[in-house]
Design a protein. Structure first.
Length: 426
């Protein structure tokens, strides 16, 4: 084990886990193609608070206080979006009822989580997870949601739906009224909010590992991820404005497709870094591996996996260029064939030649399956776009096909990085 005692830090991963789960439900529920009733979304979010509170009670002694801590952390993080519900739609600023809603949300969330934790404790205590591993997985989940949200922005041609940055039509980004988040504005603004959540989660993860993990290279990787996510956020803003300005006029902006490509590619590279952190903080990694260095096939497998990750990054760049500029389709398709062959070989070898080490075997199988699905999604995306960049008002099937292709590519990169990490385990 490479962690110090984390008895005092469990509320951080559990609080963030609650918040990310709540945001995922709220984001999906308010997608323009779904638009679930507000009461249903609110109920689902409260059920999530109860679910994580219940789980807290099964892991932590002193369930009532433990649940209250987790609920309070989640409520504080949720202030990032609460302002959107309490902001005046007529002019920038909070409505008078915000004075009651802010403390009320803190109390209600803490009470629900506390009562649920009390119920969970009645079933007996269970072995808790590795807390750093849980927080890393939460960060990974949030990052994947951000990648999907970004894909929906591009697929819906909504990248410039909000003309200014870091404000939104003159509002503070965290106070932009929910009533105005419609159509393309919803896709773009929700993407920005998810970016803030991922940034906050990444900072929390880095601080947590600095406090509780003794491995310097792990804390350096976590700190590097903080730098990357900051750069990524700035690139996302400059993609819209082209320069640093607080103007709200479209005439003062110089949107950049080149920065859009860089923003998209760096986002997936960042996700690869979070995958690496999730792997090295997992219980499986800390338990050690069955002498992978002495395995006759180990060196070849590690080489193939390294090539696969490198080729995937190149393919991500080609895909982003094709998506935004409709350039290099033949090269992108050719590289897709190379990726599929590498993924098939690396995945099959991991699945079949490492049967005594289930993490590698399972990841190899996952790489093999995801690569096949990605090829099918690529053919589908090509069929609906005819190799052209998305312009105008894309149809639902076009949006779904292109976004699914991008999201599956992110999954393939994530599983390939995890596979490469597990075969290099100490």
């Amino acid at each position: 084990m490479h962690e110090r005692s984390t008895d005092g830090g469990w509320w951080v991963p559990l609080g963030f886990a609650t918040t990310v789960s709540m945001w995922a439900v709220a984001y999906l529920g308010r997608l323009p193609v779904i638009m679930a009733p507000s009461w249903l979304i609110g109920l689902a979010m409260l059920l999530i608070v109860g679910g994580w509170g219940w789980r807290t009670g099964t892991w932590i002694d002193g369930a009532l206080l433990a649940g209250a801590k987790v609920g309070l952390v989640a409520a504080i993080i949720n202030m990032l979006i609460l302002g959107s519900f309490l902001s005046s739609s007529e002019r920038p600023g909070l409505v008078p009822s915000a004075l009651w809603w802010v403390p009320g949300s803190l109390v209600i969330t803490a009470v629900i989580a506390a009562l649920a934790a009390h119920l969970g404790a009645r079933g007996g205590q269970r072995e808790p997870p590795v807390w750093a591993g849980l927080l890393s997985k939460v960060a990974l989940g949030a990052t994947f949601l951000l990648v999907v949200a970004g894909g929906l922005v591009t697929s819906n041609e909504a990248g410039l739906a909000v003309v200014d940055w870091p404000n939104s039509y003159g509002y503070n980004m965290f106070l932009y009224p929910i009533s105005r988040m419609t159509g393309g504005i919803y896709y773009e603004h929700a993407h920005r909010l998810f970016g803030s959540l991922v940034g906050l989660t990444t900072v929390a993860l880095a601080l947590y590992l600095w406090r509780f993990d003794t491995r310097r290279w792990v804390t350096r990787l976590a700190l590097s991820s903080v730098v990357v996510v900051i750069v990524q956020g700035i690139l996302g803003g400059l993609r819209v404005t082209g320069n640093f300005t607080l103007s709200t006029s479209a005439e003062d902006m110089a949107p950049s497709l080149a920065l859009a490509v860089l923003h998209g590619v760096l986002g997936q590279i960042f996700m690869g870094m979070i995958v690496a952190l999730a792997v090295v903080t997992s219980r499986t990694w800390q338990s050690g591996s069955p002498e992978t260095d002495e395995r006759p096939t180990g060196d070849l497998d590690r080489t193939l996996q390294g090539f696969l990750v490198a080729v995937l990054v190149v393919q991500l760049i080609l895909g982003a260029v094709q998506r935004h500029f409709a350039w290099g389709l033949v090269v992108h398709i050719t590289m897709a064939a190379v990726v599929w062959m590498l993924a098939s070989v690396a995945g099959a070898r991991g699945w079949w030649l490492w049967p005594d080490y289930s993490p590698v075997s399972r990841l190899g199988k996952a790489v093999l399956i995801i690569a096949g699905i990605q090829v099918l999604l690529g053919i589908m995306a090509l069929a609906v776009t005819a190799g052209e960049a998305i312009v105008g008002n894309p149809g639902l099937f076009e949006v779904m096909a292109t976004t699914a292709h991008q999201a599956c590519g992110a999954l393939l990169l994530a599983t390939s990085v995890a596979l490469a990490m597990m075969t290099r385990q100490d």
